[in-house]
Write a protein that binds this ligand. Structure first.
Ligand SMILES: Cc1cc2nc3c(=O)[nH]c(=O)nc-3n(C[C@H](O)[C@H](O)[C@H](O)COP(=O)(O)OP(=O)(O)OC[C@H]3O[C@@H](n4cnc5c(N)ncnc54)[C@H](O)[C@@H]3O)c2cc1C
Length: 392
């Protein structure tokens, strides 16, 4: 009985080994994006992933970043939309599609922002009533993540569709024409995606999956709007009393943008100012308008154009004027703000097979961009320390 049990175990191990060998033999190694063994493969080029990747890189680690979009930024990205008017085909509306501004609660992040400001990567926009400085990326918010990626090996337009640990080495795959293609092999994989996308990528057996089950993220419609005749004086970021519109941000008045939202250079237009007088304004103005989470949830399946019509109507009620619209564009963020995160002091999650989760949903102390930055920094600092300490 005991012997039979032992043999069964041996046979199971053998068949497991041959399954692994078969798996390895089946993998298409052709056209790998990275043909050497990485120390760290980072999935996601948002602020969390790029912060971690930069620190690994500075410590001499072999690191590559894989990003499904065409560029950096994730929820800090910016958008340019060409004018619909035939006479103005060279005119575009540009605005920050995700985060409006960057603020710091901790001294560490405040020092980091100050340094980025000295380098001209970000600029102060205004101080709020809590005396908190709101910074923006130059010439748009995506400028910050572009700067963070400059020394990194980044593979854009590359969606990671599976990760597998085969014989102790992490394998990253993508799907190309319905064929599973090997992208890279790595000792450690850092999932720096929103939690739902991390959940889909996690191999079945890891306990991290159960933790991700508890996370809730709101969707959000966001509209860029160019208008010719805005009359009201609004704060830089205005939060109206509305069930439909959460916030209105004055994109044209951010530093480095002019009223048509073309770049003026590193000039700071406003600081310590929270309103802008319409008397100063000639020409059109670009706004970023965010819908509330509950309204978004009830209008998830509408088209972008349908959403623009409804948001403009609500905006006209709030502003008490009929708007002359030059351009509008609405985008649906399926994963926008974290309503229920995993509250850790460390800011990251780790399993002992070399897999980590980072992002804005993992800190008990911070929210938004600061939370994502903290998460990436904390993991990189801890991991580089533990890898350089024997038996850690
Ligand atoms: C409309 C809006 C307004 C906001 N306003 C503010 C604000 O004013 N201030 C503030 O502090 N925060 C704000 N936030 C929140 C802030 O933008 C986020 O907290 C922060 O940017 C999250 O960074 P991250 O790196 O954790 O994730 P993300 O920025 O989401 O980055 C994750 C990246 O992973 C990529 N990815 C996902 N799956 C895969 C895959 N399978 N393969 C490859 N790549 C993949 C994505 O394309 C993305 O680029 C706002 C967010 C939104 C949406």
């Amino acid at each position: 009985m005991i012997q039979g049990g032992f043999l069964n175990v041996l046979m199971a191990i053998e068949s497991n080994e041959s399954r692994k060998m078969n798996q390895l033999a089946e993998i298409d190694n052709q056209d790998m994006k990275v043909d050497y063994l990485l120390d760290f493969a980072v999935i996601g080029a948002g602020i969390a992933g790029l912060t971690a990747a930069n620190r690994f890189n500075q410590q001499g680690g072999k690191v590559a970043v894989f990003e499904k979009a065409r560029g950096t930024g994730g929820r800090m990205s910016s958008k340019r939309v060409v004018s619909p008017s035939r006479d103005e085909h060279d005119h575009f509306m540009a605005f920050d599609l995700g985060s409006i501004s960057i603020t710091a609660k901790s001294e560490g992040f405040a020092a980091e922002l100050d340094e980025l400001h000295q380098l001209g990567i970000i600029a102060p926009w205004f101080k709020d009533t809590n005396n908190s400085i709101h910074y923006v990326g130059m010439p748009r918010n995506s400028g910050l993540t572009r700067y963070l990626s400059k020394d990194l090996e980044c593979h854009f337009s590359t969606r990671v569709t599976a990760i597998e640990n085969l014989e102790g080495v992490w394998h990253l795959f993508t799907l190309e024409n319905n064929t599973k293609k090997l992208l890279a092999k790595a000792k450690h994989v850092i999932l720096a995606t929103p939690p739902a996308q991390a959940y889909d990528l996690l191999p079945y057996e890891t306990p991290l999956k159960a933790k991700l089950d508890t996370v809730e993220v709101d969707p959000q419609w966001v509209m860029g709007l160019e208008v010719e005749n805005l009359l009201s004086d609004l704060e830089s970021i205005h939060y109206p009393q509305s069930d439909i519109i959460h916030s209105i941000s004055q994109e044209s008045f951010k530093p480095g943008r002019d009223r048509h939202n073309q770049v003026l250079g590193n000039e700071i237009l406003t600081i310590d100012a929270s309103t802008h007088s319409r008397a100063d304004v000639q020409g059109s103005i670009v706004l970023q308008v965010q819908a509330t989470a509950s309204w978004t949830n009830n209008h998830l399946e509408l088209s972008g154009d349908e959403v623009s019509v409804l948001l403009i109507k609500e905006l006209e009620c709030i502003l008490k004027q009929i708007l002359t619209v030059k351009n509008s564009y609405s985008h649906r963020w399926l994963y926008s703000r974290i309503s229920q995160g995993i509250l850790t002091q460390e800011g990251y999650l780790w399993d002992d097979k070399g897999l980590a989760l980072i992002g804005d949903y993992l800190s008990s102390e911070f929210i938004g961009i600061e939370s994502a930055w903290f998460s990436g920094k904390q993991l990189a600092d801890w991991l580089t320390l533990s890898l350089s300490t024997p038996h850690a």
